[in-house]
Design a protein around this ligand. Structure first.
Ligand code: AMP
Length: 290
């Protein structure tokens, strides 16, 4: 496994692999790797000859009030996980390498940015679009893998690939969970032992919403209000919790039979912002009563 911090060196190596006819896949991460990241790497291995993982905490996707300064960092452990998983290349640039001192461009994200994390996190998807666009130009992978955990991110990246003609195949990996249902996340490290015991309530609330809808619940507003109240009483500070269009990501209150929907939530527990989602196919039509 080679660990590379510089762009020209990385490009040379990747071009060498491509000249040999090897398929290159790319798993971008911010490090503090857990089994969720490793599942992406395993999927990448299945679909390619060369797996490149990037580890870079991108300052541009953090708002001033967010946790850039304290984001968990454990490079040695990350590298040993990558090695165990048979990763070929790890790209570990620093910010001087990734960004010019002065930014000459920015990327605005339209439509897909309007709700969910886009509505709550100032500049978040602009920062992601910028760094992923750069990383795609640097790596030029055949395939890139992202997790369903960050579903909105996946849709933004999908749109980016189309808009800027990257010609990269994208795969979405399912959400890896702890045995109690909590979606794995680097930010789970912020939870105290007591909060960690409470945290799975987020996933069970999403599952409850899905079941209630499947069983014919028509009053989605009241259902979500009750689920949010339940979370608040357990100590969460809710951001959003609702049903969204799977493609355009706007909230929906009328569900059409046979269509797929996203139920997504974001909430804070102590210092951790937790996000999670479930995707389901709606069996019966539901007309909103809000
Ligand atoms: P991050 O390091 O948080 O930026 O995540 C890097 C990639 O791992 C993103 O594509 C995430 O969606 C994905 N990821 C994070 N957590 C999970 C999880 N629990 N299951 C599957 N993929 C995940």
């Amino acid at each position: 496994m080679q660990v590379i911090g510089h762009i020209p060196e990385l490009r040379n190596i990747i071009r060498g692999y491509k000249q040999e006819g090897k398929k290159v896949s790319f798993v971008p991460t911010m490090g503090a790797l857990h089994d969720g990241h490793l599942s992406l790497i395993r999927l990448a291995k299945k679909h390619s000859d060369v797996v490149l993982v990037s580890i870079y905490v991108n300052p541009k996707q953090f708002a001033l009030n967010e946790d850039f300064a304290t984001y968990p960092s454990m490079l040695e452990q990350d590298l040993s996980f990558c090695k165990q998983e048979g990763v070929t290349l790890v790209f570990t640039p620093d910010t001087q390498i990734m960004y010019n001192q002065e930014l000459y461009f920015s990327l605005e994200v339209h439509t897909l940015n309007k709700y969910l994390d886009g509505a709550s996190r100032q500049g978040y998807f602009q920062g992601i679009a910028l760094v992923v666009n750069k990383l795609f130009n640097i790596v030029e992978p055949d395939l890139a893998i992202f997790g369903q955990k960050d579903y909105q991110q996946f849709k933004v990246v999908e749109a980016l690939v189309e808009e800027f003609n990257h010609g990269i195949e994208l795969l979405m990996a399912p959400i890896e969970r702890a045995s109690d249902g909590l979606a794995l996340s680097s930010r789970n490290a912020y939870l105290t032992p007591t909060q960690r015991k409470t945290a799975p309530l987020l996933y069970s609330s999403l599952v409850s919403a899905k079941h209630q809808i499947e069983e014919g619940m028509k009053d989605l507003t009241t259902m979500f209000d009750l689920l949010k109240l339940n979370l608040t009483e357990a100590g969460f500070r809710n951001d959003y919790f609702g049903v969204f269009d799977i493609g355009k990501l706007h909230p929906v209150d009328q569900l059409i039979a046979g269509q797929r929907y996203l139920i997504a939530a974001a909430t804070y527990l102590g210092k951790a912002r937790l996000i999670d989602n479930v995707i389901f196919t709606n069996k019966k039509s539901i007309k909103g009563e809000s």
